[in-house]
Design a protein around this ligand. Structure first.
Ligand SMILES: *[C@@H]1O[C@H](CO)[C@@H](O)[C@H](O)[C@H]1NC(C)=O
Ligand SMILES: *[C@@H]1O[C@H](CO)[C@@H](O)[C@H](O)[C@H]1NC(C)=O
Length: 414
């Protein structure tokens, strides 16, 4: 379809969806007016028997006990779906209380997070786990969680993240539709200001997406004092930033931070892409991508440094032992659970409950087939480990009508 026609259809649909959303999808909208700013644990009236599932950590001075109150700030294109699966399983197993969005799989992203976006939220109510996509707001999030909560997130090399985001959201970013040539990414990076307009529809996917996700202005230059301030603030809020490039080591540090078992952290990589569609950035374009996403690059380097310091403090030998242990458990589970032992193209996944959500125009996401004739206990664990985010959310009782409708409309048009 022609560019201009697509743009018009897109805008009309976006307006339509917004109207639908405000009419039917967002009954909690007014909570905002009477919500009082406070951390949930400082409220005494709402705790106790009313929140039946809400559990707190029994603290003991000598041994650590597993942490149950967690914020996971889910960033884009960073292997965060795999972490989500780990959190879903832990939360389900221990009957923890999740703060879920309503009607969709994110907290009205890209709008800034508000407690009123949480399904059936009542001011003062406490939750154990908050982990869906949001545009982070430290003060709003704090209202949902007890004060002893652990804040974690995951970061990825900004050049790779940019590349991923550029391709993955391509159809959703009108700014990129007019780029001509075979290599749109290179054309963009060679002259970004020819295509980019701050504040344009979905423009944040094209520049400093990490800064944006964390609630900051994504158009700051890296030397801007605002960026340093943002990084300082995040260092205070977050106890651990996982690094996607060192995923297993990150999980070992996470295990220590949360006082969980290695079994708790066993995983199969979810929402991964076929290697065909992995990075094609040469050194020159990589440098340009990093310069263009300078604020993210600065943020990433800061947390990379803290990650390596943590890793060093943890001890290299101990780290290697723990990584080996994690790999062993993963391999054992892979042999038990996965037909053929490997991921396959999404189209080859036989069970729709395990079929990954394919974004618009994308066909490179991989999924898994579960082995047949497993005993019931293995079936239960394997299914949970292999279930993609959308289906898992449904299984946990989240209605996703808006996400599904939106996906259906996009697929029917483009
Ligand atoms: C919850 O209710 C049970 C019985 O209804 C009672 O024994 C218990 O003390 C209550 N707990 C709290 C924290 O109010
Ligand atoms: C991350 O930190 C390590 C250790 O200091 C360093 O070797 C590596 O180059 C850093 N990575 C980036 C992308 O800066």
């Amino acid at each position: 379809m022609k560019f201009s026609v697509r743009l018009v259809i897109w805008v009309v649909l976006a307006c339509f969806m917004m109207v639908v959303w405000y009419m039917f999808g967002n009954p909690a909208q007014d909570n905002r007016l009477w919500a009082v700013a406070q951390s949930c644990s400082s409220s005494t009236t709402e705790s106790g028997n009313q929140s039946t599932h809400w559990q707190t950590r029994e603290s003991s001075p000598d041994t650590c006990s597993p942490r149950r109150n967690i914020l996971f700030m889910k960033t884009h294109k960073t292997a965060s779906s795999t972490i989500l699966n780990i959190l879903f399983r832990f939360g389900e197993k221990h009957k923890l209380k999740f703060a879920f969005p309503d009607g969709r799989n994110d907290f009205e992203y890209p709008s800034p997070f508000q407690c009123s976006q949480v399904k059936n939220y009542r001011p003062g109510e406490c939750f154990n786990i908050v982990c869906n996509h949001m545009r982070f707001d430290a003060q709003e999030v704090a209202k949902l969680l007890p004060e002893d909560s652990v804040y974690i997130t995951i970061l990825r090399d900004p050049a790779l993240m940019f590349e991923s985001s550029f391709h993955y959201y391509n159809k959703a970013i009108p700014l990129t539709w007019g780029i001509v040539g075979d290599d749109k990414l290179a054309a963009f990076l060679n002259n970004p200001w020819a295509y980019y307009t701050p504040g344009a529809y979905n423009a944040f996917y094209l520049r400093n997406l990490l800064m944006f996700d964390f609630g900051f202005n994504n158009n700051l230059e890296p030397e801007d004092p605002e960026v340093a301030r943002a990084i300082r603030g995040l260092s205070k809020s977050f106890h651990l930033a996982l690094i996607a490039e060192h995923f297993e080591e990150s999980l070992v540090l996470l295990k220590e931070t949360l006082c969980w078992t290695t079994e708790d952290l066993a995983f199969f990589q979810l929402n991964a892409r076929r290697s065909l569609s992995v990075s094609r950035l040469g050194p020159e374009l990589r440098a340009k991508a990093l310069a263009w996403n300078g604020a993210d690059w600065r943020l990433y380097r800061h947390f990379n440094a803290t990650f390596w310091a943590r890793r060093e403090a943890y001890g290299e030998q101990r780290m290697q032992r723990e990584v080996a242990k994690l790999r062993e458990i993963n391999a054992r589970l892979r042999a038990i659970c996965i037909e053929g032992g490997e991921a396959v193209d999404a189209a080859e996944v036989k069970d729709s409950g395990l079929s990954p959500w394919q974004p618009l125009g994308e066909s490179s996401i991989l999924g898994y087939n579960i082995r047949e004739n497993l005993d019931p206990e293995d079936t239960a664990l394997c299914r949970k480990m292999l279930t993609p985010e959308i289906q898992y959310l449904s299984n946990l009782g989240v209605s996703l009508w808006l996400t599904r409708l939106w996906g259906w409309i996009q697929k029917s048009i483009f």
